[in-house]
Ligand binder design. Structure first.
Ligand code: 5GP
Length: 195
């Protein structure tokens, strides 16, 4: 495994329950040319329109285990019966290119990452209320009722572990949320440069 250190002042971790609007918020943040997404690997099947290497690296369970054995993940976790992980190589390349990198990962992943990268910026995004989270999740129509039930259960567990984050942002108004997170990123980068 690479043992080089990571420039944590340009690493932004965004977690939050399914339905909190993480993907929409991240898509808005990456309209800034200096901000890019980390591309995770997963064993889940692609949803319609998702592309390998763009939305995720879609791996078989065997391939995923091989990547773990090769030390290619900065963190990895099981979510809803599938494996998800952050590959190191792509992250280092993006940081080397001077970008700020967003990681949209689950709370277990954020917890693991915090051990190696305590100085990254950790943001927990929450839906304004439970009903709104459920509406966004079921409105997506990409999951079966059983998958929705399991995601809501995972969301409940995630909401019990928000203490490890630097900031909790309630995604009430999308423009305000995006503006607030942009400000937090700028602050973290300024603080990183001055240390
Ligand atoms: P989805 O299947 O909806 O794309 O993602 C399910 C969950 O996995 C979300 O909470 C998402 O943030 C999380 N996730 C996506 N990529 C990663 C990753 O690389 N590591 C971890 N720990 N979680 C991830």
């Amino acid at each position: 495994m690479s043992d080089r250190s990571i420039d944590q002042s340009r690493l932004v971790v965004i977690s939050g329950p399914s339905g909190s609007g993480k993907t929409t918020v991240c898509n808005r943040l990456i309209e800034d040319p200096d901000i890019v997404m980390s591309v995770s690997a997963t064993t889940r099947f692609p949803r319609p329109g998702e592309k390998d290497g763009v939305n995720y690296y879609f791996l078989s369970p065997d391939e995923f285990q091989r990547w773990i054995a090769q030390g290619r993940f900065l963190e990895h976790a099981e979510y809803n019966g599938d494996l998800y992980g952050t590959p190191r190589g792509q992250l280092e390349e993006k940081l080397d290119a001077g970008a700020t990198v967003l990681l949209e990962i689950d709370v277990q992943g954020a917890r693991q990452l915090r051990e190696n990268c305590p100085n990254a910026l950790y943001i927990f995004l929450d839906a304004p209320n439970r009903d709104e989270g459920v509406r966004r999740l079921t409105g997506r129509n990409t999951e079966t009722p059983e998958q929705v039930r399991r995601r809501l259960e995972a969301a409940r567990r995630e909401l019990e572990q928000t203490d490890l984050f630097d900031h909790k942002v309630v995604n009430d108004d999308l423009d305000e949320t995006v503006g607030r997170i942009r400000d937090l990123i700028r602050e973290a980068e300024r603080a990183g440069k001055s240390t």
